[in-house]
Design a protein around this ligand. Structure first.
Ligand code: APR
Length: 238
């Protein structure tokens, strides 16, 4: 793979743990979302086909929670890093909330989609999601009642994968923040980055399922350990 003109040097992947201190639940911690909901019912194409109303209710609640939450110091620290590194940094998130954007991040790849976006299952049009969606909403393009959250469900292909794999192959540092390392392909990014010769760092509350693949790690609350890490990185630019 030829090096692109302006190589991505730093790839960051975030998960639900970066938004935990903002009050948004994670999935697999104690009291996590998947302890309260059956993911097959609310986060799969089959579940949506069986009961679109239940799926819309699930995402309407998450959209409301996200709108009531505020970014925390970890989100803000990544904004400062982006301001310094610009397009030498790629921020990928598995999260569907918009806390990175509301903190000020200008380039965020939502590989699992976003609560703020909707899609028509009939014509494929995508558009800004209303705060509350329902199975009766007509698509603004084809008028079919087939709108769904523009979220990647289990069994569906995550978004932006070509750009992500290209960046993992050329980056010099891959950092995972607040993710359990249990869902692929995101859990495999550390191996991809190492194969490309990158250094790797895990920032998490506890060792993830792929902790052994990382060359380095700091464990603690994201609002503490992420700013501490970005201060170290930014100091190298002074
Ligand atoms: N600071 C840092 N890490 C934290 C914090 C915190 N305050 N709170 C929780 N964590 C860590 C947990 O230790 C856990 O390793 O965040 C991780 C959250 O893991 P998950 O709940 O599995 O969330 P995530 O890894 O983002 O899930 C990946 O799975 O269900 C799908 O599509 C969904 O995008 C999601 C994907």
């Amino acid at each position: 793979m030829t090096k692109s003109d302006n190589p991505i040097e730093l790839v960051i992947l975030t998960g639900a743990g970066i938004s935990a201190e903002s009050g948004l639940g994670t999935f697999r911690d104690k009291d996590g979302l998947w302890t309260k909901y059956d993911l097959a019912e609310v986060a799969s194409p089959k579940g949506f086909a069986a009961d679109p109303g239940k799926v819309h209710d699930f995402y309407n609640a998450r959209r409301r929670n996200a709108s009531e939450a505020s970014p925390n110091a970890a989100h803000t620290a990544l904004v400062e890093l982006e301001a310094k590194l610009g397009d030498r940094m790629m921020l990928i998130t598995q999260n569907v909330d918009d806390l990175h954007e509301r903190a000020g991040s200008r380039s965020v790849l939502h590989m699992h989609g976003a609560l703020s976006r909707a899609r028509c299952a009939a014509c494929g049009a995508t558009f800004d999601a209303p705060q509350v969606m329902s199975a009766d909403d007509p698509c603004p393009c084809c008028w079919n009642n087939a709108t769904r959250p523009d979220i990647v469900w289990f069994g569906e292909m995550p978004m932006h994968m070509d750009r992500i794999y290209a960046a993992l192959a050329e980056c010099t540092l891959f950092v995972a923040i607040g993710t359990s390392g249990t869902v692929y392909p995101a859990a495999g990014f550390v191996a991809e980055a190492r194969a490309g010769g990158a250094d790797t760092l895990e920032l998490n509350a506890e060792p993830s399922a792929v902790a052994s693949a990382f060359a380095d790690a700091h464990y603690g609350q994201a609002s503490q350990i992420v700013p501490a890490w970005t201060r170290e990185v930014l100091a190298q630019f002074e």
